[in-house]
Ligand binder design. Structure first.
Ligand code: TXA
Ligand code: MG
Length: 310
């Protein structure tokens, strides 16, 4: 995807005015606004129809900007060095003097932060005097957007501008790790948790199934394509779409495969776009075959499990 500087300039101008703009990231598209501005953050919640108690991730260009807002620690530096910019989000303690909007944090003294890798968004962030609050650019509870067309499908003309950066390379949201105390994974995502564990060289707790909902993103219904989903299905019903991990020799019209050969990274990349496609093809329900629960397969299973609560 070529960098179109005029487009980036347009996005910058709107963001400077306190408007919301959709931005491309390597995970999924974000609905961005000035993280220092209450007005901009309020707009994000309104557009997404997002509950106020579900705080926003703030996106930074580099570590020097972040130091003004959060307390950094050893685990953070290790992971930053290895994986940033990239598909990982950190939960850190917020500094009292931070200018981050209280609307973005829902008045909490913690902050979710991320350094996105997409070159267009990095260029944009570099030219701004504030970090960007940006939840995934989809209507709350629905699947995330992995292209500018997906964003348009959800928001239509309601958002002022969509900065096009092509198709998201990873296709699922970032992995969230809480680093305030013992490292905890709060959401599975685009970065395999085993890789995080290896760098920290200690066991990390998987907390994403917590009933206490420490991450509101773990609200029951999430990532839903808007139709029912059945999991681990061996026999598909006649009028159901069948979601498969790899291409079958004999395929039928209602068969949708996530990867040619069952590659789990490729499957994750295609997950949301395939769910959107099935809905558009007018199926009223989806059956999913068993997906290997390793690597990014874990993230795929996590999302499908939540989506199946419809
Ligand atoms: O890949 C991503 O992470 C994308 C791109 C756009 O960066 N963003 C994204 O944002 O997925 P969102 O808002 O859809 O999901 C962020 C999750 C939410 O579940 C929210 O509850 C959680 O992060 N979160 C935000 N602030 C938090 C905090 N202080 N403590 C715990 N969880 C937090
Ligand atoms: Mg989201």
């Amino acid at each position: 995807m070529k960098m179109n500087l005029a487009n980036i300039k347009k996005a910058k101008k709107l963001l400077n005015l306190g408007e919301c703009v959709a931005i491309p990231t390597e995970t999924v598209y974000g609905l961005a606004g000035n993280a220092y501005s209450n007005k901009a953050c309020k707009k994000i919640f309104k557009l997404k129809r997002r509950p106020k108690n579900n705080p926003l991730i703030v996106h930074y260009y580099d570590i020097w900007d972040l130091e003004k807002d959060c307390y950094l620690n050893k685990d953070f530096f290790k992971l930053f060095k290895k994986f940033c910019p990239g598909p990982i989000t950190f939960i850190l303690n917020l500094k009292k003097k931070s200018k981050i909007s209280k609307i973005a944090t829902n008045n909490k003294m913690t902050l979710a932060i991320r350094f996105p890798k997409h070159p267009i968004t990095r260029y944009l962030l570099k030219g701004l005097t504030f970090p960007l609050a940006a939840p995934s650019a989809n209507i709350s509870t629905r699947v995330s957007a992995v292209s500018s067309l997906d964003v348009k499908e959800d928001f239509g003309k309601k958002i002022k501008y969509i900065l096009d950066g092509g198709r998201s390379r990873i296709g699922v949201e970032s992995t969230i790790v809480d680093l305030r105390d013992k490292p905890r994974i709060l959401r599975l995502g685009g970065l395999d948790t085993l890789k995080i564990q290896k760098i920290l060289n200690k066991k990390i707790v998987l907390n994403n199934k917590s009933k206490k909902i420490s991450v509101p993103g773990n609200f029951k219904l999430h990532y839903s394509p808007g139709i029912p989903i059945r999991l681990r299905v061996k026999k598909v019903k006649k009028n159901e779409a069948y979601l498969l991990i790899k291409k079958k020799k004999k395929t039928k019209q209602n068969y949708y495969f996530l990867s040619k050969k069952g590659d789990l990274k490729e499957a994750a990349k295609n997950l949301y776009s395939t769910l959107r496609k099935i809905k558009k093809d007018n199926y009223i329900s989806i059956a999913v075959e068993k997906i290997p629960n390793k690597g990014l397969g874990k993230t795929i299973n996590d999302r499908l499990m939540k989506a199946s609560k419809f």
